[in-house]
Design a protein around this ligand. Structure first.
Ligand code: SF4
Ligand SMILES: [Zn+2]
Length: 383
């Protein structure tokens, strides 16, 4: 009789853990519940302004309003492996609370007088009736139409039905819907992200949005859990190419580690390194060529915002070149000009290149980056 080999990645032959259970474990811990109850439900989580680009490519200023809500219905039943929004929500937020939060944002920025664009984020889907009362959905749509603001909201795919969009466009005929697709790959959606929908769901949602002349923004995730640096780089370029023709904008979100998530646990166990900033620069340069093959007619607009860039929990390099590289990536999001990266260099670039070479040469699914710990022989033995 042969004894199963106990390697780190293959496990001991016992039943594997379900990703669903790993995702849900921290949400009901005392620290998470206490944090949720500590929020004031009548004030938005945050309201801030950023430079942006309008639908007609003109530079503008945007107000981002992040509301405190009941969170995402997919989170209630399962949840994505990197989503820490449950930290910022509470399950008793009412219609009155949401209206008070909205009034607070309008007052703080003088009815958004100096800002052409308003992004309203709800830690879920604005157009999902189980999460957001219809009366409040209507307030946001109607106020932005009345004030003449370009509105951006976020949604999963299943809310974007013909019936819902017919109603929404009767209140506000022009807005943008940002969908967190994360990956144009059903295997990654299922086993790395636990997204709860497929690329076909995204295709159907985009069909609907285009039928109602609404703009489509697609979020992709750079380096989801259980993926090496080299795979993340190669896949992300393919995904950008796959969604470019159906997305007015693509926003690539490099992984940042949020508390209490599966990715947080992997990170604390030294089994995941957030993306290198050099990988993001390389992804932008390679995707730029695909997007701007016809320079006068780009296929889409590519935006990359390295949240927590330069920090251990966000995309980072060696520590000394980080702020310069983050600034260049942020500038590219507005200028779409590769000149932003001219002259950028650092000694750590060779470490990053070696890591990519190793990832491509060694058959290790999680990659071989420095933070991977464990016996080298165990790591190499895994498939
Ligand atoms: S769909 Fe979005 S809000 Fe919902 S669990 Fe996934 S990442 Fe979080
Ligand atoms: Zn460096």
């Amino acid at each position: 009789m042969t004894t199963p080999i106990n390697t780190r990645l293959l496990g001991s032959g016992g039943k594997g853990l379900r990703i669903h259970d790993l995702v849900k474990a921290p949400a009901n811990t005392p620290w998470a519940v206490a944090k949720q109850q500590s929020w004031d439900a009548s004030e938005p989580a945050t309201v801030y302004t950023t430079p942006e680009v309008r639908w007609d490519s003109e530079p503008c200023s945007a107000v981002t309003v992040i509301l405190r809500t009941k969170g995402c219905h997919w989170w209630w039943s399962s949840g994505c492996t990197f989503c820490g929004y449950f930290n910022d929500t509470r399950d008793d937020v009412s219609n009155d609370d949401l209206h008070a939060q909205w009034a607070h944002a309008l007052e703080k920025f003088d009815d958004f007088a100096d800002h052409d664009m308003v992004k309203v984020y709800t830690s879920g889907s604005l157009l999902e009736d189980r999460e957001i009362p219809v009366a409040f959905q209507e307030t946001v749509l109607a106020d932005c139409a009345r004030l003449g603001k370009e509105l951006v909201v976020e949604s999963r795919c299943e809310q974007l039905t013909e019936e819902k969009l017919a109603w929404a466009t009767s209140v506000n005929p022009h807005f943008t819907v940002a969908i967190g697709l994360e990956a144009y790959d059903d295997e990654v959606l299922r086993f790395h992200v636990n997204k709860g929908f497929t690329t076909s769901s995204w295709e159907r949602a985009v069909d609907q949005l285009q039928a109602f002349n609404l703009r489509v923004k697609t979020y992709l995730m750079f380096k989801p859990p259980f993926m090496s640096e080299a795979d993340a780089l190669d896949h992300s370029i393919n995904w950008i190419d796959a969604v470019a023709d159906r997305s007015d904008e693509i926003s690539v979100n490099p992984m940042n580690i949020q508390r209490g998530t599966v990715i947080d646990r992997l990170h604390r166990h030294n089994e995941y390194r957030p993306p290198w900033l050099w990988s993001l620069v390389s992804m932008i340069k390679q995707s730029h060529a695909l997007i701007h093959a016809e320079p006068t007619r780009p296929r889409t607009r590519l935006i990359v915002h390295p949240t927590a860039g330069g920090k251990i929990r966000g995309s980072h390099n060696c520590g000394s070149c980080d702020s310069e590289v983050v600034a260049a990536i942020e500038r590219y999001a507005v200028s779409a000009d590769l000149m932003e990266f001219e002259g950028l260099d650092c000694d750590c670039r060779s470490v990053w290149e070696a890591e990519l070479r190793n990832d491509r040469a060694l058959p290790v699914p999680l990659g071989v980056s420095k933070p991977r710990r464990g016996q080298a022989i165990d790591i190499l033995r895994s498939p």
